[in-house]
Design a protein around this ligand. Sequence first.
Ligand code: URA
Length: 300
Amino acid sequence: MRAMTAASPNSPTEIADILAFYASAGVDEALEDAPVNRFAEAAPRPAERAPAPVAPPRQEPPREDRAPERPAASPGLDASKVPDAPARTVSAAIPDEAQAALARQLAASASTLEELRQHMAAFDGCNLKATAKNLVFADGNPEATVMLVGEAPGRDEDIEGLPFVGRSGRLLDRMLAAIGLDRTSVYIANVIPWRPPGNRTPTPHETEICRPFIERQIELVNPKVLVNLGGPSAKTLLNTSEGILRLRGNWRVHTTASGIAIPAMPTLHPAYLLRTPAHKKLAWRDFLEVKAKLRALSQP
Ligand code: URA
């Protein structure tokens, strides 16, 4: 829930009262209804004591007046191969094809999961990073035969820097336990590694910018089986626009950039199951399919 903009309280007591009210009402985002350009606010002020000029209302300079900004380079990145980004004010605020191209290059250049994590931590091309507290890279065992991919971190995941540690994560742990798995025997990540503010749905642009990272992460883990938790994970990684209720329960294939075909089971997202417990039985069937597939794949 977001705090509403209110008339400025006057005293520390009033400020404390309004904050206590917000906390008890479940407010966990300090956002305004309308965006505020803090960069414009940070523009140089007139010298102290200089008479205040009577200036026309401040206007944003046209984009081409501002210095072009290149995304920060990451360790191991050959800067000469990074495509030139168009002029922009703040690279993170304008997701575009140049950022997606840089993400693809960074992802492809990572030869280990640790390198990939470092490249993602240094990447400033996704605006979600600006509001997230932490990069949520992964949890579990990188040697696992099963990799689960969700949509994007929520509040608890953002705080801890680990995927699926909140309510839906606890349900996921119980679902895994039901087929004899836990976080030592699976690897867990998300399509989007930064929490969208207020848990909003990531935009298609944000998803496209982050896609190369999760695709490379899958390629590096090279699991025997992929489990797509929810529609956004399934749609992004299985190249389909079908809804999750039609997709779930049927084996699909995720093909990596190097052409490896990984069997993938789309299933319902634990957060959806918390809201729709009657559908837990469907997810249970999907997890039994995963268990059977792992058994079949481990037969000589
Ligand atoms: N939902 C997700 O999709 N991922 C998380 O890490 C937590 C909740």
